[in-house]
Every structure is written in structure tokens, then in C-alpha cells.
Design a binder for this molecule. Sequence first.
Ligand code: HEM
Length: 153
Amino acid sequence: MCEDSTVNLPSIVSVQVLNSTADGKKYITSEESQKHNKASDLWISIQGKVYNVTEWAKIHPGGDIPLMNLAGQDVTDAFIAFHPGLAWQHLNKLFTGYHLKDYQVSEVSKDYRKLASEFAKAGMFEKKGHGVIYSLCFVSLLLSACVYWVFIV
Ligand code: HEM
């Protein structure tokens, strides 16, 4: 009897720690998150936090297609790439309260990072100077010259 309680105690303690967690956060697995992949039940995760975007998809300025395509997945990189800083403000109200227990960089994010680094190596993100401004000034000058030529001369 006495032996039983000393053997059981550690296992009870460890189960409680796994379910409620020492940091007070609620956790689910990526597998569980991926089950929410329908238009009527749509979750995504960003930096390990899980968001319910079922209603948001209907009013998302970028449409519902990007959200449907990435349903149930970690979309951190796509979110960062397509949005201004203000978009982060929308996230709080969509938070499910769950964090991903097994959070790691998804295949989508790995592909994105690979593509972004290839583009960067090819110099596609480098600043090209003020070409557009110079062109606009040049066109304005031409226009002014034409107006002067037609109406003044
Ligand atoms: C909870 C998640 C998301 C939130 C809160 C959100 C929020 C927003 C907001 C506020 C805008 C308007 C941005 C602006 O005013 O310039 C926007 C646009 C957009 N979003 Fe999202 N978004 C989310 C997820 C995603 C995902 C996963 C993608 C995937 C690629 C995406 C793609 C886009 C695109 C393509 C636009 C249009 C950009 C443009 O037309 O300039 N969004 N989103």
C-alpha cells in the first residue's frame, strides 16, 4: 500500500505538468491544428501561436484563397512577406489561446526562405537608385517644353 503511493506520485505529477504546463500556456500539436483546414473551421499558426481565421477569411483584404491554401499550417513567413506592420494588430482577436507544442519551421516556410535567399543572391532585392523619380522629372520637363513651344513661342 505504502509502496504503491510512492510509485504513483511521480507519474501523477508528470501528467499534470504535461497537460497544464509549468508556464500556464495551453498547447496543442501541429497535427491537431492541421485538422482545422476547412472554410467552416479554419486555423493557421504564426510564430507558434494558433489563430482561428474562419470569420477573418471572409473579410481578409487579401481574400480567402491564401488562407485556404495554407489552412492548418504555420504561415509565419507568408504573413511577414505580405503585410505591413499594422496587420499584426488583427492577430490578438483571432488567437485561439493555443500554442503549438511541437512548433518548428514548416515546409512552406523552408521553401519561402530558400526562394527569398535565391532572389537575394540574384540581387533582386537591391535598391536600383532613383530611376523612377528621374524618369518622372524628365517627362515633366519634356511636357513643359512642349507647352512652352505651343503656347508661348
Ligand atoms: C490571421 C492572419 C492574417 C491577417 C490578420 C491578415 C491581415 C491582412 C491585412 C490587414 C491586409 C491589408 C494590408 C494593407 O492594408 O496593406 C492583408 C492583405 C493581404 N494579405 Fe493578409 N492577413 C493574414 C493572413 C494572410 C496569409 C496567410 C496570407 C498568405 C499569403 C495573406 C496574404 C495577403 C495578401 C496577398 C494581401 C493583399 C496585399 C495587397 O493587396 O497589397 N494574408 N492581410
